[in-house]
Design a protein around this ligand. Sequence first.
Ligand code: UDP
Length: 323
Amino acid sequence: MILVVGGAGYIGSHVVKELVETEEVVVLDNLSTGHREAVDSRAIFVKGDLGNVDDVLMVFRSYPIKAVMHFAAYSLVGESVMDPLKYYQNNVASTITLLKVMMKFKVKKFIFSSTAATYGIPDVKLIDETSATTPINPYGRSKLMVEQILGDLAASDGLKYVVLRYFNAAGAHASARIGESHDPETHLIPIVLQQLLGKREKISVFGADYDTPDGTCIRDYIHVTDLAHAHILALQALVAGKKSTEVYNLGNGHGYSVKEVIETCEKVTGVKANVEIADRRAGDPARLVASADKIFSELGWKAERNLEKIIADAWKWHRNQEY
Ligand code: UDP
Protein backbone atom coordinates (compact mmCIF):
# COMPACT_ATOMS: atom_id res chain seq x y z
CA MET A 1 0.00 0.00 0.00
CA ILE A 2 1.22 3.50 -0.85
CA LEU A 3 0.72 6.40 1.56
CA VAL A 4 0.11 9.71 -0.20
CA VAL A 5 0.46 12.59 2.22
CA GLY A 6 -1.28 15.68 0.86
CA GLY A 7 -3.25 13.55 -1.61
CA ALA A 8 -6.23 15.92 -1.52
CA GLY A 9 -4.19 18.81 -2.93
CA TYR A 10 -3.77 19.86 -6.53
CA ILE A 11 -0.83 17.70 -7.56
CA GLY A 12 -1.40 14.96 -4.97
CA SER A 13 -4.97 14.33 -6.15
CA HIS A 14 -3.81 13.91 -9.75
CA VAL A 15 -1.12 11.44 -8.70
CA VAL A 16 -3.64 9.48 -6.62
CA LYS A 17 -5.92 9.18 -9.65
CA GLU A 18 -3.11 7.48 -11.60
CA LEU A 19 -1.80 5.47 -8.68
CA VAL A 20 -5.10 3.76 -7.81
CA GLU A 21 -5.01 2.04 -11.20
CA THR A 22 -2.23 -0.25 -9.99
CA GLU A 23 -1.79 0.22 -6.23
CA GLU A 24 -3.74 0.31 -3.00
CA VAL A 25 -3.57 3.88 -1.77
CA VAL A 26 -4.18 5.62 1.54
CA VAL A 27 -4.32 9.42 1.58
CA LEU A 28 -3.48 11.44 4.69
CA ASP A 29 -4.47 15.11 4.41
CA ASN A 30 -5.56 17.75 6.91
CA LEU A 31 -7.68 19.49 4.24
CA SER A 32 -6.12 22.84 5.11
CA THR A 33 -5.73 23.59 1.41
CA GLY A 34 -6.85 20.30 -0.15
CA HIS A 35 -10.33 19.15 -1.12
CA ARG A 36 -11.97 15.92 0.04
CA GLU A 37 -13.87 15.74 -3.28
CA ALA A 38 -10.59 15.65 -5.17
CA VAL A 39 -9.57 12.29 -3.68
CA ASP A 40 -10.38 9.36 -5.96
CA SER A 41 -13.02 7.13 -4.38
CA ARG A 42 -10.79 4.07 -4.81
CA ALA A 43 -8.31 5.49 -2.26
CA ILE A 44 -8.76 5.29 1.52
CA PHE A 45 -8.98 8.77 2.99
CA VAL A 46 -7.73 9.68 6.47
CA LYS A 47 -8.13 13.22 7.72
CA GLY A 48 -5.10 13.98 9.84
CA ASP A 49 -2.18 16.28 10.31
CA LEU A 50 1.41 15.48 9.55
CA GLY A 51 2.44 17.71 12.43
CA ASN A 52 0.56 15.47 14.84
CA VAL A 53 2.64 12.36 15.46
CA ASP A 54 -0.40 10.41 16.70
CA ASP A 55 -2.19 10.92 13.38
CA VAL A 56 0.85 9.67 11.50
CA LEU A 57 1.40 6.71 13.83
CA MET A 58 -2.23 5.71 13.48
CA VAL A 59 -1.90 5.46 9.70
CA PHE A 60 1.26 3.37 9.88
CA ARG A 61 -0.29 1.07 12.49
CA SER A 62 -3.47 0.65 10.45
CA TYR A 63 -2.08 0.01 6.97
CA PRO A 64 0.83 -1.98 5.52
CA ILE A 65 2.62 0.99 3.98
CA LYS A 66 5.49 0.13 1.62
CA ALA A 67 6.31 3.60 0.29
CA VAL A 68 5.36 7.22 0.89
CA MET A 69 4.73 10.11 -1.49
CA HIS A 70 4.79 13.50 0.19
CA PHE A 71 2.85 16.45 -1.28
CA ALA A 72 1.73 18.13 1.96
CA ALA A 73 3.42 21.51 1.99
CA TYR A 74 2.72 25.18 1.74
CA SER A 75 3.95 26.56 -1.56
CA LEU A 76 3.46 30.30 -1.86
CA VAL A 77 6.70 32.23 -2.14
CA GLY A 78 5.28 35.58 -1.00
CA GLU A 79 3.58 34.07 2.03
CA SER A 80 6.80 32.28 2.99
CA VAL A 81 8.60 35.62 3.11
CA MET A 82 5.90 37.11 5.35
CA ASP A 83 5.57 34.09 7.62
CA PRO A 84 8.72 31.95 7.42
CA LEU A 85 8.01 29.97 10.58
CA LYS A 86 4.74 28.72 9.10
CA TYR A 87 6.81 27.30 6.24
CA TYR A 88 9.60 25.82 8.32
CA GLN A 89 7.07 24.34 10.76
CA ASN A 90 4.91 22.69 8.12
CA ASN A 91 7.36 21.96 5.33
CA VAL A 92 10.36 20.96 7.46
CA ALA A 93 9.29 20.08 11.02
CA SER A 94 6.19 18.13 9.99
CA THR A 95 8.22 16.27 7.37
CA ILE A 96 10.66 15.26 10.12
CA THR A 97 7.72 13.84 12.08
CA LEU A 98 6.73 11.80 9.03
CA LEU A 99 10.28 10.59 8.44
CA LYS A 100 10.68 9.57 12.10
CA VAL A 101 7.56 7.43 11.92
CA MET A 102 8.71 5.96 8.60
CA MET A 103 12.05 4.98 10.14
CA LYS A 104 10.27 3.48 13.17
CA PHE A 105 8.15 1.30 10.88
CA LYS A 106 11.11 0.60 8.57
CA VAL A 107 9.39 2.16 5.57
CA LYS A 108 12.30 3.33 3.50
CA LYS A 109 10.97 4.40 0.13
CA PHE A 110 10.06 8.04 -0.32
CA ILE A 111 9.04 10.33 -3.18
CA PHE A 112 9.41 13.98 -2.30
CA SER A 113 7.83 16.99 -4.04
CA SER A 114 10.44 19.67 -4.40
CA THR A 115 10.61 22.76 -6.51
CA ALA A 116 12.49 24.92 -9.00
CA ALA A 117 12.57 27.46 -6.15
CA THR A 118 15.50 25.47 -4.71
CA TYR A 119 17.64 26.95 -7.52
CA GLY A 120 17.05 30.62 -6.69
CA ILE A 121 18.08 32.91 -9.55
CA PRO A 122 19.98 30.64 -11.92
CA ASP A 123 22.71 31.98 -14.17
CA VAL A 124 22.13 29.32 -16.83
CA LYS A 125 19.60 29.15 -19.64
CA LEU A 126 18.54 25.60 -18.93
CA ILE A 127 18.63 24.52 -15.29
CA ASP A 128 19.85 20.98 -14.74
CA GLU A 129 20.17 19.06 -11.49
CA THR A 130 23.81 20.06 -11.10
CA SER A 131 22.96 23.79 -11.17
CA ALA A 132 23.69 25.61 -7.92
CA THR A 133 20.95 25.45 -5.28
CA THR A 134 20.81 28.89 -3.70
CA PRO A 135 17.15 29.54 -2.92
CA ILE A 136 16.11 33.15 -2.40
CA ASN A 137 13.06 32.67 -0.19
CA PRO A 138 11.97 30.59 2.83
CA TYR A 139 9.77 28.36 0.63
CA GLY A 140 12.73 27.30 -1.53
CA ARG A 141 14.94 26.93 1.55
CA SER A 142 12.36 24.78 3.34
CA LYS A 143 12.31 22.36 0.39
CA LEU A 144 16.09 22.30 0.07
CA MET A 145 16.43 21.60 3.80
CA VAL A 146 14.26 18.52 3.42
CA GLU A 147 16.31 17.40 0.42
CA GLN A 148 19.42 17.63 2.62
CA ILE A 149 17.74 15.74 5.45
CA LEU A 150 16.87 12.96 2.99
CA GLY A 151 20.52 12.73 1.95
CA ASP A 152 21.55 12.37 5.59
CA LEU A 153 18.91 9.71 6.25
CA ALA A 154 20.02 7.75 3.21
CA ALA A 155 23.50 7.59 4.75
CA SER A 156 22.35 6.84 8.32
CA ASP A 157 19.30 4.63 7.79
CA GLY A 158 19.35 3.46 4.19
CA LEU A 159 16.42 5.62 3.09
CA LYS A 160 15.78 5.30 -0.65
CA TYR A 161 14.27 8.40 -2.19
CA VAL A 162 13.52 10.33 -5.33
CA VAL A 163 13.24 14.11 -5.19
CA LEU A 164 11.17 15.67 -7.98
CA ARG A 165 11.76 19.37 -8.54
CA TYR A 166 8.65 20.75 -10.22
CA PHE A 167 8.74 23.74 -12.48
CA ASN A 168 5.30 25.33 -13.16
CA ALA A 169 2.59 22.73 -12.66
CA ALA A 170 -0.60 23.61 -14.51
CA GLY A 171 -3.61 22.10 -16.28
CA ALA A 172 -6.20 19.65 -15.02
CA HIS A 173 -7.21 16.02 -15.44
CA ALA A 174 -8.64 15.37 -18.92
CA SER A 175 -11.93 14.25 -17.31
CA ALA A 176 -12.31 17.78 -15.86
CA ARG A 177 -13.39 16.16 -12.57
CA ILE A 178 -10.30 17.40 -10.71
CA GLY A 179 -8.17 20.47 -11.27
CA GLU A 180 -6.46 23.44 -9.71
CA SER A 181 -8.44 25.19 -6.97
CA HIS A 182 -6.55 27.52 -4.64
CA ASP A 183 -8.00 30.20 -2.43
CA PRO A 184 -6.67 32.77 -2.92
CA GLU A 185 -5.47 31.90 -6.42
CA THR A 186 -2.03 33.31 -7.27
CA HIS A 187 -0.97 31.26 -10.30
CA LEU A 188 -0.93 32.71 -13.77
CA ILE A 189 -2.96 30.25 -15.84
CA PRO A 190 -5.94 29.95 -13.45
CA ILE A 191 -5.96 33.72 -13.00
CA VAL A 192 -6.07 34.29 -16.76
CA LEU A 193 -8.84 31.71 -17.22
CA GLN A 194 -10.87 33.19 -14.35
CA GLN A 195 -10.63 36.58 -16.05
CA LEU A 196 -11.75 35.10 -19.36
CA LEU A 197 -14.73 33.61 -17.53
CA GLY A 198 -15.62 37.03 -16.15
CA LYS A 199 -14.70 36.10 -12.57
CA ARG A 200 -12.00 38.80 -12.46
CA GLU A 201 -11.97 42.23 -13.89
CA LYS A 202 -8.41 42.14 -15.24
CA ILE A 203 -5.10 40.32 -15.37
CA SER A 204 -2.06 42.11 -13.95
CA VAL A 205 1.20 41.24 -15.69
CA PHE A 206 3.83 41.50 -12.99
CA GLY A 207 6.58 43.36 -14.84
CA ALA A 208 7.19 43.92 -18.55
CA ASP A 209 10.73 45.23 -18.19
CA TYR A 210 12.61 41.99 -17.59
CA ASP A 211 15.60 41.04 -19.68
CA THR A 212 13.57 38.64 -21.86
CA PRO A 213 12.46 38.99 -25.51
CA ASP A 214 9.05 40.52 -24.68
CA GLY A 215 10.01 41.85 -21.23
CA THR A 216 7.81 39.43 -19.25
CA CYS A 217 8.99 36.49 -17.15
CA ILE A 218 9.58 33.11 -18.74
CA ARG A 219 8.50 29.87 -17.05
CA ASP A 220 8.42 26.19 -17.90
CA TYR A 221 4.78 25.02 -17.66
CA ILE A 222 4.12 21.36 -17.23
CA HIS A 223 0.84 19.46 -17.34
CA VAL A 224 -0.18 18.01 -13.99
CA THR A 225 -0.91 14.66 -15.66
CA ASP A 226 2.66 14.54 -17.00
CA LEU A 227 3.83 15.29 -13.45
CA ALA A 228 1.69 12.47 -12.14
CA HIS A 229 3.24 10.00 -14.58
CA ALA A 230 6.72 10.97 -13.43
CA HIS A 231 5.75 10.04 -9.86
CA ILE A 232 4.56 6.62 -10.95
CA LEU A 233 7.83 5.98 -12.82
CA ALA A 234 9.88 7.20 -9.86
CA LEU A 235 8.00 4.90 -7.50
CA GLN A 236 8.45 1.93 -9.83
CA ALA A 237 12.19 2.64 -10.05
CA LEU A 238 12.49 2.75 -6.25
CA VAL A 239 10.43 -0.39 -5.70
CA ALA A 240 12.40 -2.27 -8.36
CA GLY A 241 15.64 -1.17 -6.68
CA LYS A 242 16.78 0.58 -9.86
CA LYS A 243 17.19 3.91 -8.05
CA SER A 244 18.17 4.81 -4.50
CA THR A 245 18.88 8.53 -4.09
CA GLU A 246 17.99 10.67 -7.09
CA VAL A 247 16.99 14.24 -7.84
CA TYR A 248 15.11 15.01 -11.06
CA ASN A 249 13.77 18.17 -12.63
CA LEU A 250 10.25 17.98 -13.98
CA GLY A 251 9.84 20.46 -16.80
CA ASN A 252 9.83 20.32 -20.55
CA GLY A 253 12.84 22.41 -21.50
CA HIS A 254 10.59 24.99 -23.10
CA GLY A 255 9.91 28.43 -21.70
CA TYR A 256 6.87 30.64 -22.28
CA SER A 257 6.59 34.28 -21.31
CA VAL A 258 3.63 35.67 -19.37
CA LYS A 259 2.47 37.41 -22.55
CA GLU A 260 2.72 34.17 -24.56
CA VAL A 261 0.67 32.35 -21.93
CA ILE A 262 -2.06 34.99 -22.08
CA GLU A 263 -2.07 34.91 -25.90
CA THR A 264 -2.31 31.12 -25.90
CA CYS A 265 -5.23 31.29 -23.44
CA GLU A 266 -6.99 33.70 -25.79
CA LYS A 267 -6.32 31.42 -28.76
CA VAL A 268 -7.50 28.23 -27.02
CA THR A 269 -10.65 29.78 -25.55
CA GLY A 270 -11.53 32.30 -28.25
CA VAL A 271 -12.04 34.97 -25.55
CA LYS A 272 -10.14 38.27 -25.40
CA ALA A 273 -8.28 39.03 -22.16
CA ASN A 274 -8.28 42.31 -20.26
CA VAL A 275 -4.63 42.87 -19.37
CA GLU A 276 -2.75 45.59 -17.50
CA ILE A 277 0.99 45.90 -16.95
CA ALA A 278 1.73 46.12 -13.23
CA ASP A 279 4.84 46.33 -11.07
CA ARG A 280 7.18 43.40 -10.71
CA ARG A 281 6.31 40.85 -8.01
CA ALA A 282 9.06 40.48 -5.40
CA GLY A 283 11.23 37.41 -5.76
CA ASP A 284 10.41 36.53 -9.40
CA PRO A 285 13.44 35.39 -11.43
CA ALA A 286 13.25 36.49 -15.09
CA ARG A 287 13.59 32.99 -16.48
CA LEU A 288 13.16 29.50 -15.02
CA VAL A 289 13.39 26.71 -17.55
CA ALA A 290 14.33 23.13 -16.79
CA SER A 291 16.49 20.66 -18.52
CA ALA A 292 14.59 17.43 -18.03
CA ASP A 293 17.19 15.32 -19.85
CA LYS A 294 18.19 13.40 -16.75
CA ILE A 295 14.79 11.88 -16.02
CA PHE A 296 14.32 11.16 -19.73
CA SER A 297 17.58 9.27 -20.02
CA GLU A 298 17.19 7.42 -16.70
CA LEU A 299 13.44 6.78 -16.39
CA GLY A 300 12.24 7.45 -19.93
CA TRP A 301 9.94 10.29 -18.83
CA LYS A 302 9.22 13.39 -20.82
CA ALA A 303 6.41 15.92 -20.87
CA GLU A 304 3.87 14.80 -23.48
CA ARG A 305 1.40 17.69 -23.20
CA ASN A 306 2.14 21.14 -24.59
CA LEU A 307 0.94 24.56 -23.41
CA GLU A 308 -2.21 24.45 -25.55
CA LYS A 309 -3.23 21.11 -24.06
CA ILE A 310 -2.48 22.42 -20.56
CA ILE A 311 -4.73 25.42 -21.15
CA ALA A 312 -7.46 23.43 -22.93
CA ASP A 313 -7.72 21.00 -19.99
CA ALA A 314 -7.58 23.81 -17.43
CA TRP A 315 -10.32 25.66 -19.34
CA LYS A 316 -12.61 22.60 -19.27
CA TRP A 317 -12.07 22.36 -15.53
CA HIS A 318 -12.58 26.05 -14.80
CA ARG A 319 -15.83 26.20 -16.76
CA ASN A 320 -17.20 23.31 -14.79
CA GLN A 321 -15.32 23.68 -11.51
CA GLU A 322 -16.65 21.22 -8.94
CA TYR A 323 -14.88 22.39 -5.77
N1 UDP B 1 2.16 36.33 -13.00
C1 UDP B 1 1.61 37.52 -13.48
N2 UDP B 1 0.36 37.83 -13.03
C2 UDP B 1 -0.36 37.07 -12.17
C3 UDP B 1 0.22 35.87 -11.70
C4 UDP B 1 1.48 35.53 -12.15
O1 UDP B 1 2.22 38.24 -14.26
O2 UDP B 1 -1.48 37.46 -11.81
C5 UDP B 1 3.51 35.95 -13.47
C6 UDP B 1 4.52 35.79 -12.34
O3 UDP B 1 5.11 37.03 -12.03
C7 UDP B 1 5.49 34.78 -12.94
C8 UDP B 1 4.62 33.92 -13.85
O4 UDP B 1 3.42 34.68 -14.07
O5 UDP B 1 6.43 35.44 -13.75
C9 UDP B 1 4.24 32.61 -13.22
O6 UDP B 1 3.76 32.86 -11.92
P1 UDP B 1 3.04 31.76 -11.04
O7 UDP B 1 2.62 32.43 -9.76
O8 UDP B 1 1.98 31.09 -11.84
O9 UDP B 1 4.16 30.67 -10.76
P2 UDP B 1 5.65 30.80 -10.11
O10 UDP B 1 6.57 30.88 -11.29
O11 UDP B 1 5.67 31.99 -9.22
O12 UDP B 1 5.78 29.51 -9.37
